[in-house]
Write a protein that binds this ligand. Structure first.
Ligand code: PEP
Length: 256
């Protein structure tokens, strides 16, 4: 049984003061949630204050990105060692990083190995573009991203990875995938490929979140799908009532 996991990606939003306020509000609003893992991923500038506010709470803190080297002449980057001091999770290979900052399956693979080596919980993002979706290339493209991300990673480590299946056309657009379509893609492009790379227990152990315009009123439709183990939430993670609504609606749907 995979434990559900809902994470918020704050992207390049929230000053330190605003981040502190949001973290404080979420801590209070979600204090009684026990049935799933929760995380928020503030910008690097707010990792310190948010990790202070959420210390000892049921909400983990994640970084949105990191370099794979421990230190070095990489202006503007933060390293796994630095992240480890402030966070327990890290988002790797978000489609915005792939599109605007040149991330590739090869850099995702290096970052994933670094995250695992430093005992961080990696949330690896994969997903197809609208063109690929319409051309019927989703399964081969996402399957290729999975093979690239997991290259050289043994099964024992692979099980610690969290995947976020995020169709690019659904991110920030208000347009979601049909839950059944997302579920089928996760089965065919992710679990079947993981089964081929590793074995059935490994493929079944890895948690897969759905991401793409998740809101309080559509969360339940996704979380009840057999292959979907939670969500990576962008826009709707920026307000206490929205993110708390997503978490509560997911918890209620799973209890039915
Ligand atoms: C994301 O950035 O990972 C995301 C899913 O964004 P949104 O929820 O705004 O579509």
């Amino acid at each position: 049984m995979r434990r559900p996991f809902i994470a918020g990606n704050w992207k390049m939003h929230k000053t330190t003061v605003e981040a502190l306020e949001l973290a404080d509000g979420l801590k209070a609003a979600l204090a009684d949630v026990e049935s799933m893992d929760l995380a928020v991923c503030p910008p690097a500038s707010a990792l310190g204050v948010v990790s202070d506010v959420l210390a000892g709470s049921n909400i983990m803190v994640g970084a949105q990105n990191m370099h794979w080297e421990n230190s070095g002449a990489y202006t503007g980057e933060i390293s796994p060692v630095m992240v480890r001091g402030l966070a327990t999770c890290v988002i790797i290979g978000h489609s915005e990083r792939r599109e605007y900052f040149g991330e590739t399956d090869a850099t995702v693979n290096k970052k994933l190995k670094a995250a695992l080596a430093h005992d961080l919980v990696p949330i690896v993002c994969i997903g197809e573009s609208l063109e690929q979706n319409e051309a019927g290339e989703t399964v081969s493209f996402v399957g290729g991203q999975i093979r690239g991300a997991f290259e050289g990673i043994p099964a024992v480590d692979a099980q610690r990875v969290v995947l976020a299946y995020e169709p690019i056309w659904a991110i920030g657009t208000g347009r979601t995938a049909m839950p059944e379509d997302a579920d089928r893609t996760i089965r065919e492009a992710i679990r079947d490929v993981l089964r081929d790379l590793y074995d059935n227990p490994t493929a079944e152990a890895i948690r897969v979140q759905y991401g793409g315009s998740v809101k309080p009123d559509n969360m339940a439709d996704f979380i009840v799908m057999p292959e979907i183990d939670g969500a990576l939430v962008g826009g709707a993670s920026l307000k206490v009532e929205d993110f708390a609504g997503i978490v509560k609606n997911a918890a209620a749907a799973l209890q039915k």
